[in-house]
Design a binder for this molecule. Structure first.
Ligand SMILES: *Cc1c(COP(=O)(O)O)cnc(C)c1O
Length: 345
C-alpha cells in the first residue's frame, strides 16, 4: 500500500539542532499545525515529546485535543475557546476584540503587529490589552510577533526585529501596572532562528515548523544548515507491462514510448494529495526516473519493475517543479495515507 515513512532519527536530529540554535530544547516550540505539516500529527507529536520538546503549537482546539498530555503547554495559533480549556492550553490572540470574548482564566499570548499587517495589536494598544486581560481575569503570559521576510535578503527582517525588541521594555512596564509579570517573548520562526543562529538568541522561545521537518527556504548566503528531511512518500506496484514504441500511457495519452520498454504503475495519485503532474515537462521521482504521463487520482507510472518506489524523500524537487514552497507540497498530503515511523540509524 502507498505510505509515508517518517524518519525518527532525522526528526530528532533537526529538533536537537534547532534546540541548540535557541539555547536549549526547552525553548523550542515545535509547530504541528495542519497535521504536522502533512506528516501526521499523531505520529509526529509523540516523537517530539520523546526527544524532549516541552512546547507544541497547533492550529486549533481539535488538534490540541489530539496531543493533550504530551507537552507542558500547547500554543493554539488560530482558534479561540468558548469555554474553560485544559490548563496546558495557551491561546495566541490576534486582536483586542478577541481578548474581550475569552472565558476567565484563559492563558494567552498576545500577537504584536511589527510589520506583517495580518494580525496582532499595535504597541500603542498594549495598555488596553493588559487592561482587558485584567478586567476579564485572563492569564496574560506572553507576547509574540511574526516576521514577514525572515528568509529574504533585505533589511525588512531587522526592522521588525528592532520593533519587537523596542516593544519588550514597554510591555513589561505596562504589564506590571496590571499585575502581570514574567512575560515570555517569542518572534522567530524557522527562518528567523536559523538566520540568526550565529548570534545570541534574544527571546524566550522560538516557534519552528518547517525546519523541524528538515527544510529551510533561507538562501545559502544566509547560512547553511544541517537539516534532514523527515518524510518520504512511497508507492506500491499494482502491475507491470511491456509497451512498444509509439504506445501511450495514462489519461490524455501525453506520454508516448520512444522505444519498447517495461513500465509499472503504482498506487498513489493526486487523490492522496500529491500535486497533479499533467505530463508536461520532466518531473522525476526520488530514484531519478521521470513520471510517464499524467498522474491519475490513484496511480502513476514509471519505467522499471520495482515493487515499491519512493516518490520523494526531499520535497524540494516537487516544490521547484511546481514553482511553490516545500510547505505547500507537504501540507497537501492526505491525512488518510498510512504513516510508518522508521529509524534510519
Ligand atoms: C506556522 C507558524 C510558525 C512556523 O513557521 P515555520 O516557517 O514553518 O518555522 C511560526 N509561528 C506562527 C505564528 C505560525 O503560524
Amino acid at each position: 500500500m502507498a505510505h509515508i515513512q517518517l524518519d525518527f532519527d532525522a526528526y530528532q536530529h533537526n529538533l536537537l539542532y534547532l534546540g541548540k540554535c535557541c539555547g536549549g530544547i526547552e525553548r523550542l516550540i515545535a509547530v504541528f499545525k495542519d497535521n504536522a505539516y502533512g506528516h501526521g500529527l499523531s505520529q509526529i507529536a509523540p516523537m517530539a515529546a520523546a526527544v524532549g520538546v516541552r512546547l507544541g503549537a497547533v492550529k486549533n482546539c481539535e488538534e490540541a485535543h489530539q496531543i493533550d498530555g504530551l507537552f507542558e503547554s500547547i500554543l493554539i495559533l488560530a482558534d479561540l475557546p468558548t469555554q474553560a480549556s485544559p490548563d496546558s492550553w495557551i491561546f495566541a490572540i490576534h486582536s483586542l476584540e478577541a481578548l474581550q470574548n475569552l472565558p476567565p482564566n484563559t492563558r494567552v499570548h498576545v500577537n504584536i503587529d511589527t510589520g506583517m499587517h495580518r494580525n496582532g495589536i499595535l504597541v500603542d494598544e498594549l495598555e488596553s490589552a493588559f487592561k482587558i486581560c485584567s478586567n476579564k481575569q485572563l492569564k496574560c503570559e506572553g507576547l509574540f510577533t511574526h516576521f514577514h521576510s525572515a528568509d529574504v535578503l533585505s533589511s525588512d527582517f531587522f526592522v521588525q526585529k528592532e520593533r519587537f525588541e523596542a516593544m519588550k521594555p514597554i510591555a513589561i512596564r505596562e504589564a506590571k501596572k496590571f499585575g502581570y509579570e514574567n512575560l515570555k517573548f517569542h518572534g522567530a520562526n524557522s527562518a528567523a532562528l536559523l538566520r540568526e543562529s550565529n548570534k545570541k538568541f534574544m527571546d524566550d522561545y522560538a516557534r519552528c515548523g518547517i525546519a523541524t521537518y528538515g527544510y529551510t527556504d533561507l538562501p545559502p548566503s544566509l547560512g547553511k544548515h544541517d537539516l534532514r528531511p523527515v518524510l518520504s512518500l512511497w508507492g506500491k506496484k499494482m502491475s507491470s507491462r511491456k509497451i512498444e514504441k509509439g504506445d501511450c500511457v495514462g489519461y490524455g495519452a501525453t506520454f508516448e514510448a520512444p522505444a519498447s520498454m517495461v513500465i509499472s504503475t503504482y498506487d498513489l495519485g493526486y487523490g492522496d494529495g500529491v500535486f497533479r503532474y499533467n505530463g508536461k515537462g520532466v518531473l522525476r521521482v526520488a530514484n531519478t526516473k521521470p513520471l510517464l504521463g499524467r498522474i491519475s487520482m490513484d496511480s502513476f507510472s514509471i519505467e522499471g519493475e520495482d515493487d515499491e518506489v519512493c516518490i520523494f524523500n526531499d520535497v524540494r524537487e516537487f516544490a521547484n517543479f511546481f514553482d511553490t514552497i516545500t510547505y505547500d507540497i507537504l501540507t497537501k498530503l492526505s491525512p488518510f495515507l498510512l504513516r510508518k515511523v522508521i529509524r534510519s540509524s
